[in-house]
Structures are given as structure tokens and as C-alpha cells.
Write a protein that binds this ligand. Structure first.
Ligand code: ZN
Length: 531
């Protein structure tokens, strides 16, 4: 590549590029205006605002879609395309043209009629899903789910794919990732996680009711439960969460935390990243870990360079990469011994009555309990991915026409039995537990497990480049890790597809081995299993 300066490149690309930037900026502004309304919707809006808010959000989405898919954008991209081969592919200009082409192509391929029908059916389906879940009534939801799968299948045909219609759906969340890669990754994970869950379950059963707990027994259920199941007042929990965020390097000048029913992160502007948390009075770790999780998402958003703002590059590389950041902070850091060496005294200062006298080892074991449970969002590190793998396998089977939607509840329960050894007592604790399918988000679930796998691959790379990170964490210097992530991951925004980003950061393709080694080492030690 030539040593051209950005100014030279820009003047060569001329007016079409400047005009493209202008339009993309406006599209981004419309999206951010919608984000403010959504944030308010989920935090402070009174119930009565719902109908009016939905209307405004619909209008903003339509305007932004029209603007982005206009013929003018198509013409500008066509004018700029020949220059692509001459530009540095990792530079701002080439990346912007490339990513805009991808997004534009995707939107143009979907007929407006289909997009509108998906929006209408999913909005109806969500309301029905809420009701069906409450009443444990799958047949009520079934026709909507059938319709949503049919629409997803249709969308896949319009979007196009090389091997599998699921590729087209997956690509919406994880650009470039293939179904076959997910299937092989998940097969590897399943082969080692299912036996591990079984071994842990067996080890727990050998530990007695009331019997002598050995070394492993300290991980024990009773110990964990009683420690965490005490009353922790809300003000104290709030303060503890803020301390964790400050230690992580969350910039309160460029963001804030509020409360909401379901924790989330949303970007209102490059200098205004919002997160929310939910406080559970009898378990302080619930809010703490959700705060660290959303904090991890927020550090990513805060770490994206302002030069990428108001363009499609000013966001995360993918959902999976985003989740790698939240999981890294929540689990790899937040559930580590090093973190609690630093953080237990902090927690004891705020909750002396509840936590005074507790050792690092005891809290470490308490926050790492493994439990076979029905609900994905409450699952521990070891069982979590099995919940995701099950969903992936089922949605693939339905999409391929191999499994009728009417058979989903039974198929779900069978897989729960097979992977986790438990059977949901009803559909609300089974097939109806997640909102995703009702929103038409088919192909989304794999990104959660991808995030877990990537979190450890990035972590291992950070350790190899800066071996002092774990000791720094034990001293409360969490910013050492944050700075590394800023430099190596966040700085690229959405310039590269996840595959290229992972290769660039770790020098290797996506690899489940570091993750599996991390899980096995950690939990074999916790549960006193031989290796
Ligand atoms: Zn997340």
C-alpha cells in the first residue's frame, strides 16, 4: 500500500465519498434518536407512553431505512467501487465502502413487503408469547412461530447463501460465519461439556446431605447458598456496582448507569453510553455480575474511536464479539480468584454484617456454583453453552423442515434430558422461556456461545502479551486489561468481519480449545475432580 495520507485518499475519492459520509451520518443520527427513545422506554417511560412511542420508533426506523436504501446510496457505492482495489483494505475509506456495500446489499435484497410483514408478525407474536408463557400454552404461540420461521426461510432465500439457508440468517448477526463452522464448534464443545456436567453432578451427589465436606465440598451448595442468600440493601448494591465500574475504567463522563427490568447497554452518542442493571435484594452478585456484564459491553462502545462515529464502522464487529467483551468482564474477570482478592474487601466494607469474616476462597466457590437448571439466563459458565447449543440445533432442524414447530416442545425437553439430565416440568421453563424467537431473531443464539469462546481466546492473548494482568487485577488495576482491549480490539470498530478481527488480534482463527481448557481447569479444581 502506498504511504498516502488520509487527506490525499479522501480528495481522490472526491465528492461521492463526502456525499456518502453525509448520508450515512444522517442515517446514524436517526438510529441514535431512536436509541434515546428506546432507552427511555425501558427505564423511565410511564406505561401510557407505549403506543405513542412505538409509532415514533416506527417512523424513525422507516426514515432511516429509506435514506440508507435510496438509489443515491447505490449510485455512490457504484462510483466508489473501482477505487476499492487501490485503497489500503484496513484503512477507514476502504473499510467504510466495503461495510456499507455489505449492509446496503443486504437491505436491498429484502423486499419491503417481507420486512414489513416480519415487523408486523413479530410485534403480534411478542404479545402472544408473553401470554403463552404465562399460561404455559404453547399451542397458542405455535401458529405465530410457524409464520416467523416461514418468513425467516423466505428472507434467507432473498439474502442468498452458499451452503445452508441458516448461513443467511447467521450472517445478519455474525458477518461471514458459516453454519457448518458453528456446527463443528458446537460439536467440540458438547463432547467435552456434557461429560464435565455429569462429573460435577456426580461429585456433588457424593457429597452428602449433612456429611463431611471435603476439599471439593467447600464449593458446596449449602455454603454457596447461605452466603449469597442474605439481605443486601439496594443502596449498598448500587454503590458496589459503581465501584466495580470505576475499577474497570468505565468513563462516567461518557456514560451512566440506570435501573431497568432487563439489563442492557445502548449507545446514544459516542460520548454517551448507557447501561442498566437490576437489583435482587437477597443476592448481591446478581446486580454485580450484570453490571460487570453490561460494563464490558459499554467499555467496547466507549473504546471505539470517535473518528468512526456517524458511520457503519462506529459500532461493534458483531454480536458475538460484543458478547466476548461482556463475558470476559463478567466471568473470566468477575468470577476469578484474582478479582475477589481485590474486591472482597470492597464488598465487606459495604456489607460488613453479611460478608465480614468470609474468605476469598469461600466467595470464589460461591460465585462459581454449577447447577443443572432450566433457564439459560440463570445458567452458570459450565452449563450455559449447552442451553445455546440446544437452541441452535432446534432452530436449524425447524428451518430445514426436519422438525415441525408443533414438535418443538417435546424435542426441547428431550435435548435438555440428553445434555443436562433434567426435564422441564412445563413449557414456560422450557421452549417458551426466551423472547428471541417471538421477535423473529432466528440465528441469533449462537452469538452467545461464540462470545464465551472468544472471551477466553482474547483473554489468553492479553495474558501472553501482558503476563502481569492477573496480578494487576488482584491489586484492583483492572484498567490494564481495559487498555489492552482498547488497543487491540475496540480500536477497529466494525472495520473487520469477526473472522479477520480474531485473526488480527490473536494470530489464529476462532479456536474453542483455550475456552475448554479454561473451563475444565477451573471447574475440575473447584469440584475436586481428577484430570
Ligand atoms: Zn450481553
Amino acid at each position: 500500500m502506498s504511504e498516502q495520507s488520509t487527506a490525499d485518499v479522501r480528495s481522490e475519492l472526491g465528492k461521492p465519498f463526502e456525499r456518502l459520509l453525509e448520508i450515512l451520518g444522517e442515517v446514524d443520527d436517526l438510529g441514535k434518536a431512536g436509541a434515546v427513545l428506546q432507552w427511555d422506554h425501558q427505564t423511565y417511560m410511564p406505561k401510557g407512553g407505549a403506543a405513542g412511542r412505538a409509532q415514533i420508533l416506527g417512523t424513525l426506523a422507516r426514515l432511516s431505512h429509506q435514506r440508507f436504501t435510496s438509489d443515491e446510496v447505490g449510485e455512490l457505492l457504484a462510483q466508489l467501487a473501482p477505487a476499492l482495489s487501490k485503497l489500503d483494505p484496513s484503512g477507514f475509506e476502504a473499510s467504510l465502502i466495503r461495510v456499507t456495500q455489505r449492509e446496503y446489499g443486504r437491505f436491498k435484497k429484502l423486499p419491503t413487503r417481507l420486512v414489513e410483514e416480519q415487523a408486523r408478525v413479530s410485534s403480534e407474536a411478542q404479545a402472544v408469547w408473553v401470554e403463552a408463557r404465562q399460561n404455559q400454552d404453547f399451542p397458542r404461540f405455535q401458529p405465530y412461530l410457524e409464520k416467523l420461521f416461514a418468513l425467516a426461510r423466505e428472507a434467507a432465500e432473498h439474502l442468498g447463501y452458499q451452503e445452508d439457508p441458516y448461513d443467511a440468517l447467521l450472517d445478519l448477526y455474525e458477518p461471514g460465519l458459516r453454519t457448518s463452522e458453528v456446527a463443528s464448534l458446537f460439536a467440540t464443545l458438547k463432547a467435552r461439556l456434557v461429560p464435565l456436567v455429569n462429573a460435577i453432578t456426580e461429585a456433588k451427589q457424593h457429597r452428602s446431605p449433612g456429611g463431611q465436606a471435603g476439599k471439593a465440598g467447600e464449593a458446596g451448595e449449602a455454603g454457596g447458598d447461605s452466603l449469597l442468600r442474605q439481605h443486601f440493601d439496594e443502596a449498598g448494591q448500587w454503590e458496589l456496582g459503581l465501584r466495580a465500574l470505576r475499577a474497570m475504567g468505565f468513563d462516567f463522563e461518557r456514560g451512566r448507569q440506570d435501573r431497568s427490568a432487563h439489563p442492557f447497554t445502548i449507545t446514544l452518542a459516542p460520548g454517551d453510553i448507557r447501561i442498566t442493571t437490576r437489583i435482587v435484594p437477597d443476592d448481591f452478585t446478581s446486580a454485580l455480575f450484570s453490571t460487570m456484564h453490561e460494563g464490558g459491553h459499554a467499555l467496547y462502545e466507549q473504546g471505539i474511536p470517535p473518528e468512526l462515529a456517524r458511520t457503519p464502522l462506529g459500532s461493534a464487529a458483531s454480536l458475538g464479539v460484543h458478547e466476548s467483551q461482556s463475558r470476559l468482564w463478567e466471568n473470566v474477570v468477575g468470577r476469578s480468584r484474582h478479582f475477589w482478592q481485590y474486591f472482597l474487601p470492597q464488598a465487606q466494607e459495604i456489607f460488613p454484617a453479611q460478608l465480614g469474616g468470609v474468605t476469598v476462597d469461600r466467595i470464589y466457590r460461591a460465585v462459581n456454583r454449577v447447577e443443572r437448571s432450566f433457564i439459560r439466563t440463570e445458567a452458570d459458565e459450565v452449563t450455559y453453552n449447552l442451553h445455546v447449543i440446544l437452541r441452535f440445533e432446534l432452530e436449524l432442524a425447524v428451518l430445514h423442515g426436519e422438525l415441525p414447530v408443533s414438535d418443538l416442545p417435546a424435542a426441547w425437553d428431550d435435548k435438555m434430558q440428553q445434555y443436562l439430565g433434567i426435564r422441564p416440568p412445563n413449557v414456560s421453563l422450557g421452549v417458551l422461556q426466551d423472547i428471541h424467537w417471538s421477535q423473529g431473531s432466528i440465528g441469533y443464539f449462537p452469538t452467545y456461545t461464540l462470545g464465551n469462546v472468544l472471551s477466553v481466546q482474547f483473554w489468553q492473548q492479553a495474558l501472553s502479551e501482558e503476563p502481569g494482568i492477573t496480578d494487576a487485577i488482584a491489586r484492583g488495576e483492572l484498567h490494564v486489561l481495559k487498555d489492552w482491549l482498547n488497543r487491540r480490539v475496540h480500536v477497529h470498530g466494525a472495520k473487520f468481519e469477526p473472522r479477520d478481527l480474531v485473526q488480527r488480534v490473536t494470530g489464529r482463527p476462532l479456536d474453542p480449545q483455550p475456552y475448554l481448557n479454561y473451563i475444565e481447569t477451573k471447574y475440575r479444581e473447584l469440584y475436586g475432580l481428577g484430570s
